[in-house]
Every structure is written in C-alpha cells, then in structure tokens.
Design a protein around this ligand. Sequence first.
Ligand SMILES: *Cc1c(COP(=O)(O)O)cnc(C)c1O
Length: 240
Amino acid sequence: MDINELAQKHILNQPLYVTGKPIAYTAREFGLDPKEIDKLASNENPFGPSPKGMEEARKALEEVNLYPDGGSYDLIGKIAEFRGVKREQIAVGNGSNELLDMIAQVFLGPGTEAVMGKHSFAVYKLATMAMNAKIIEVDMPAPAYNYDLKAMRAAVNEKTRIVFLANPNNPTGSDLTAKEIIDFADSLPETCVLVMDEAYTEFIEDTPELVPDFNSRIAEGRNIICCRTFSKIYGLAGLR
Ligand SMILES: *Cc1c(COP(=O)(O)O)cnc(C)c1O
C-alpha cells in the first residue's frame, strides 16, 4: 500500500513552510561574497547574538552528553521573575514556533475554529491545519494591512477556540494600540483563548501606548497566552 494512503489527509494537504533562503545559498547562486549579503527575509538580528548568550551556550555545549532539563527549571524561574508572574504561568519551547504548535494541539481539533488575520504569521495557519481545525482568515485591508478588530470579533463564534493576534504584526509591520488590543481581549467570549504573539514587543517597549499588559487579566483567570521569543531582539534564532 502506498504510504501516503495511510497518512492523515489534512497532513498531506499541509503546505511546506518555506523558510528564508540561507545566505550561503544566495552567495552560491549569484557568485557573491556572503559578507556582501544582508538577509532580510526572516527578521534575524543583524547585530548577531548577545555575547552573554554565547558564553552560556558555550558552557552548555560541555554537557551535551546529558539530556537537557526539559522542564527548563532555571530558565522558567528567571523568566517568571523578570515578567513578575508565577512559574506555573510560564512554558518554554524550541522557539515560540513550537509553542504555537503546542497551543494548537491543546485547543484545536476537528469541529473547532481558529481566527487569524489574512496577512499574519504563517505558522498560525499551519498549526491550525495540522490539527484539522478550520482556519478563519479575516481580511487585513490595504493600505495599512492592519488587523480589523471589529471583523475579527465578528468572526468569533462558539466553535472558536483560538484567536491569533501579533503586535506588531509580521509580515506587515502594522501595530495596534494597547487599548485597542485590551478592549478586543475583553470582548472575547470565555470559550476561546487569545494567543497574543509578542515576538517584536521589545522593539516597541519605549512606546508603552502600543504594549498591552495582560498580567492582571491573566491573574483574574482570563484565557490569554502571550508568546515571546529569544530569536529576534536577543539574536538567538539558531539556538533551538
Ligand atoms: C519570528 C516569529 C516567531 C517565532 O519565532 P521563534 O524563532 O520560533 O521563537 C513567532 N511569531 C512571529 C510573529 C515571528 O515573527
């Protein structure tokens, strides 16, 4: 029997996630010196990794014969302290990509729906498809290609388990104000989880009007998950 016939149909229909082309490929293709190339496609940090991060990574290499602490005990403690939340509120993944997949695994399945912007981070769609749940893409109209929160809210129904929102958004670079996001979050029914993708929050932290603080709402039991990453401002995209 053809092995494809044994596979889940919705997985076979899954498009490949096309990652940004590595610098070495472009250098080879056009006969260029890799140093002449600035890669913009994947929002990698052009300043390189943090020297402190490199020092810790070198230390960690000495111990690769041992399984890592999958529970990330020390890291979770540090993040919880930094963010002013309890350790039980923190989960660590191999990039927030993996967390987005895990969130989809937890909340989505056949008969459920995930609402997302039409020009947003590609992984929301892939994670939803992988769970055989329905993708509800809401238009992000020109010229700003920003989220239309009214339309997003209107797309939420009793089958919606996740609403994905990135602020600032990738790839359109659009942003919403903290008030707009908080009002939107408050308007959502209890039957869905707001996944707030904050991959670029550190880049706008000097403009507090753009950064919603969900700590008090999460403490009250609202269903909100905020995703952050070491890949962008911390320059550690390759450490996964
Ligand atoms: C880069 C990016 C991520 C995921 O990055 P990881 O390297 O997996 O942590 C998530 N969301 C958005 C919007 C991104 O641009």
